[in-house]
Design a protein around this ligand. Structure first.
Ligand code: NDP
Length: 445
């Protein structure tokens, strides 16, 4: 039995009820198998056994009072997975589906993603099973305050720097930062994704979606193609999906479909992004309401049907395992050219296999959506220097970082696998930097 198999077997036993975590670990371990053959020193340092185990797992009660005066209890999490190359860094997710296994999968992915950015950031992730949907402004604020009143003692600008994720945008970060500042009596960058009036970075809101498109352009270039003139389908209609749509349009492509957890819209004339921004960012309504503004568009209930729409480029930007083998086969039959993951692990292992077998350009999440955390890293740098860069400066740095990530992943893929296999390339390149850092620092945890 190989070393990766024995590590995986142990985890299957210990974490049987954490399927997403096991899925994420399996993919990375399979990729790094070839590296370990050439690097017995890493095996000797016990890197594989250590890297799959979080340094710390925090789980805490979050108690708050709803608008009817009723006491509500949610569960809060922060998984501080790996700090070998920098302070823990990764978002907070507020969604009813959140549990420890989901946070561990996201935290594990974050280790390699952050490593790929070239910035000094370790991996972490957190969140709660709180559902912001349908809650009043006051309820969201009280929940965020209660959440941070527990989390604050575990984070800090040189320790752990959380950010947003599903269900956590500028509004929630603002409420949490206010509480953090009040308790610590200090104004320092312990959260990213902050508003522009209190330490946020220009370009952070757009970064994941824009970065995803820069990465897609890099992949397309290897086949002499570009986004210009292409038809694009994007799932989700949150932060990542909205700004991916904006950048696709700026690059000359046309996005024809978006979704939310209820259904999807198809607008053959191209999505009117101002309408979507108004609906989602301002009024917090459902994607179905798009039809009130664009009667020629169509709405279908259910999320998975979105992948039946013929497109050149597919960008899944909603959630994990939203694109399965059947959807992948449909996209392939419809001659999709490139798929890049805006969400974390949105494609099932079967889907990834189908794309790779059919030579579809495939950008894995830990490389393709790293623009968000990279720009969070830039926000941390600006906070430390007490300076603000212009939007153009941040955007230029983001573009350069995405280009480098693509290059690193491709080079590692070339050395250890097939140059087009960016899944293996991203895993290997991300892993090697962290593994070297862990080895150099001795047996620390
Ligand atoms: P948002 O909360 O802004 O948007 C999430 C979108 O996905 C919404 O349209 C939501 O629909 C939909 N969605 C969420 N859960 C489900 C589900 N179970 N089934 C179907 N649709 C669902 O989140 P983000 O845009 O920030 O995040 C989207 C993805 O991108 C996540 O996987 C996240 O981890 C990843 N990501 C985000 C980064 C960031 O900077 N924000 C950085 C890197 C990755 P509805 O409103 O109906 O729930």
């Amino acid at each position: 039995m190989s070393l990766s198999e024995s590590v995986l077997n142990r985890l299957r036993h210990q974490s049987a009820h954490e399927p997403e975590f096991l899925q994420a670990v399996q993919e990375v371990l399979e990729s790094v198998e070839k590296v370990l053959v050439k690097r017995p020193d890493l095996v000797e340092a016990g890197i594989l056994d250590r890297i799959v185990e979080p340094e710390k797992v925090l789980m805490f009660r979050v108690t708050w009072v709803d608008d009817h005066g009723k006491v509500q209890v949610n569960r809060g999490y922060r998984v501080q997975f790996n700090s070998a190359i920098g302070p823990y860094k990764g978002g907070l997710r507020f969604h009813p589906s959140v549990n420890l296994g989901i946070i561990k999968f996201l935290g594990f992915e974050q280790i390699f993603k952050n490593s790929l950015t070239g910035l000094a950031m370790g991996g972490g992730k957190g969140g709660s099973d709180f559902d912001p949907k349908g809650k009043s402004e006051g309820e969201v604020m009280r929940f965020c305050q209660a959440f941070m009143s527990q989390l604050w003692r575990h984070i800090g600008p040189e320790t752990d720097v959380p950010a947003g994720d599903i269900g956590v945008g500028g509004r929630e970060i603002g409420y949490m930062y206010g509480t953090y500042r009040q308790i610590t009596n200090a104004f320092w960058g312990a959260l990213t994704g902050k508003g522009l009036t209190y330490g946020g970075s220009l370009g952070r809101t757009e970064a994941t979606g824009y970065g995803l498109c820069y990465f897609t352009e890099e992949m397309l270039e290897t086949r002499g193609e570009m986004v210009r003139g292409k038809t694009v389908v994007i799932s989700g209609s949150g932060n990542v999906a909205i700004y991916a749509t904006e950048k696709v349009h700026q690059l000359g492509g046309v996005v024809v479909a978006l979704s939310d957890s209820n259904g999807y819209i198809y607008d053959p004339d191209g999505i009117d992004l101002q309408v979507v921004k108004q609906l989602k960012e301002v009024e917090r309504r459902r994607i179905k309401d798009y039809l009130n503004y664009r009667p020629r568009a169509k709405y279908e209930e259910g999320c998975s049907g979105i992948w039946n729409i013929k497109c050149d480029i597919a960008l899944p930007c909603a959630t994990q395992n939203e694109l399965d083998g059947q959807a992948a086969q449909t996209l392939v039959n419809n001659k999709v050219l490139a798929v890049a993951e805006g969400a974390n692990m949105p494609c099932t292992p079967e889907a990834v296999e189908i794309f790779q077998k059919n030579k579809v350009l495939f950008g894995p999440a830990k490389a393709a959506n790293a623009g968000g955390v990279a720009t969070s890293g830039l926000e941390m740098a600006q906070n430390s220097m007490k300076l603000s860069w212009t939007f153009e400066e941040v955007d230029a740095k983001l573009k350069e970082i995405m280009r480098n990530i693509h290059k690193k992943a491709r080079e590692a893929a070339k050395e250890y696998a097939d140059p087009d296999d960016l899944v293996a390339g991203a895993n290997i390149a991300g892993f090697l930097k962290v593994a070297e850092a862990m080895k150099a620092q001795g047996i620390t945890f």
